[in-house]
Ligand binder design. Structure first.
Ligand SMILES: [Zn+2]
Length: 452
């Protein structure tokens, strides 16, 4: 199934639909949700019947209705779309390909549940989606013949919805094919995720199959901190070399221009530069491989808009290194189909990762101490969790609706469940977190277990 799609990158752009377009897109999401649930019910029903037959368990009690011979697969369900449109005329207003994609997504989730993958792992049982849980829909073609989505001159035009401004804060790469356009509804508005295709790399891990995710915050004290609370220190020899470099540079300045000594000194400086660069690259690759091996989705701060959010300080060096690291991380991730999701950095440090309350802090303050919900966390860890939450939301996943991810979340990051929950109900206060994490009854509430 994966061999036909070779995705490289997904770029997400903010779109500005009109009020009427927003209402229409919300209605699409709701209709697609109902249809998803209907199609899932059809599949589960078929499974129940065939299983009973195989067990010869209930030939009497089972209703003797017609037992469909073939499973209600994608083709069968897509074939019934016509009938759906007759019975429910609202569905005529949804672009046909979008409805097919909706069914395809279900098919993929179903396949992953029914058939184990190469390593013997199976996905969770596909869940019925509750109201508001389906927040994205996909146009399978962009800017090509018969495409339902077109991007031209700062405008995104969606079939049956119309044109709206799209903010291309990062250019669409040349040399890649625009593959699909997924419209995602997020807390702060609507976004278009454009996937760019390259034949030479494997497909991204499907969204429904993401089992582990991490948020990564870059800092001065540590090179990075993950939302799991792990840190990667700045290389020691990097700091040493930086000092040596500064010293040699000062010396170089004092020398007479053009002299033999000055030339030698210049060479020395250049070599230190080169060594620093090489070591940093090696270090970046090492860290990138480590992250990509451990996680299916990696949330990071978007460098392109970071300048606005960062405080003064001499962060330019840090930002440059972070940019290099991101490039390497993306390159490494792409080869394994791992998603690197860039999120807006605004407020990641200040916002409380549990309740969303703003807790501004200067650079010296190393601890996040929320006066509202009494959460106490390391400053960078708090930021990393915020980044993770944003990344998960950016791809249109909700923690309670993403199967495998949930078990991971409950295992590793009790605070995350809380923070997502808190945001989705619009904030609220939680009891002080103890070292043992949230109480087990909260994790095991029906809402959450239903998804595993
Ligand atoms: Zn708080």
């Amino acid at each position: 199934m994966l061999k036909h799609t070779h995705m490289l990158l997904t770029h997400q752009y903010r779109i500005q639909p009109s009020i009427a377009q927003q209402a229409q897109m919300n209605w699409w999401c709701e209709l697609l949700r109902r249809h998803h649930n209907y199609a899932l019910g059809q599949r589960l029903d078929w499974l129940r019947r065939t299983r009973c037959l195989a067990d010869r368990c209930s030939l009497i009690s089972e209703p003797m209705g017609e037992i469909p011979g073939a499973s209600p697969n994608y083709y069968l369900q897509a074939g019934e779309l016509k009938q759906t449109k007759v019975l429910f005329p609202d569905y005529r207003n949804i672009y046909h390909d979008v409805q097919q994609q909706n069914l395809k997504r279900l098919e993929k989730a179903w396949e992953r549940w029914v058939k184990p993958d190469n390593s013997g792992r199976r996905g969770g049982r596909p869940r019925f989606k509750k109201k508001g849980e389906l927040r994205s829909f996909t146009f399978p073609r962009v800017n090509s013949e018969k495409a339902g989505a077109n991007i031209r001159g700062g405008l995104l035009t969606l079939s049956k919805i119309g044109s709206m401004p799209i903010i291309l804060h990062r250019p669409l790469l040349d040399g890649f094919t625009l593959k699909t356009c997924t419209i995602v509804k997020q807390a702060d508005g609507w976004y278009a995720s454009i996937s760019l295709e390259d034949q030479t790399v494997p497909a991204l891990i499907p969204l429904d199959n993401i089992k582990s995710a991490v948020g990564v915050d870059v800092g001065l004290k540590e090179f990075l901190t993950t939302s799991d609370g792990e840190t990667e220190p700045v290389q020691q020899n990097f700091r040493r070399d930086q000092k040596r470099l500064a010293r040699h540079q000062r010396r170089s300045c004092r020398m007479q221009k053009g002299s033999n000594n000055a030339q030698k000194q210049k060479n020395r400086v250049a070599r230190i530069h080169q060594r620093i660069k090489r070591q940093r690259k090696e270090f970046h690759y090492k860290v990138a491989h480590k992250l990509v091996k451990a996680y299916d989705l990696i949330g990071v701060e978007d460098l392109n808009i970071k300048g606005l959010a960062r405080t003064k300080l001499a962060k330019s060096i840090l930002d440059a290194a972070w940019g290099e690291f991101l490039t390497i991380l993306e390159a490494v991730a792409v080869k394994r189909g791992v998603r690197v999701v860039k999120v807006k950095p605004h407020g990641t440090t200040a916002d409380c990762s549990t309740c969303g309350w703003k807790v501004p802090k200067t650079l010296e303050i190393r601890t996040h101490d929320c006066p509202k919900c009494l959460t106490v966390l390391d400053r960078d860890l708090n930021a990393a969790i915020n980044i993770l939450v944003r990344a998960i939301q950016a791809v249109g996943l909700t923690v309670s609706a993403c199967g495998g991810l949930l078990s991971w979340v409950t295992r590793h990051a009790d605070h995350l469940v809380k923070s997502v929950e808190a945001r989705s109900v619009g904030g609220g206060s939680f009891p002080r977190r103890t070292s043992s994490g949230m109480s087990s009854c909260e994790i095991g509430s029906p809402d959450y277990t239903a998804c595993g």
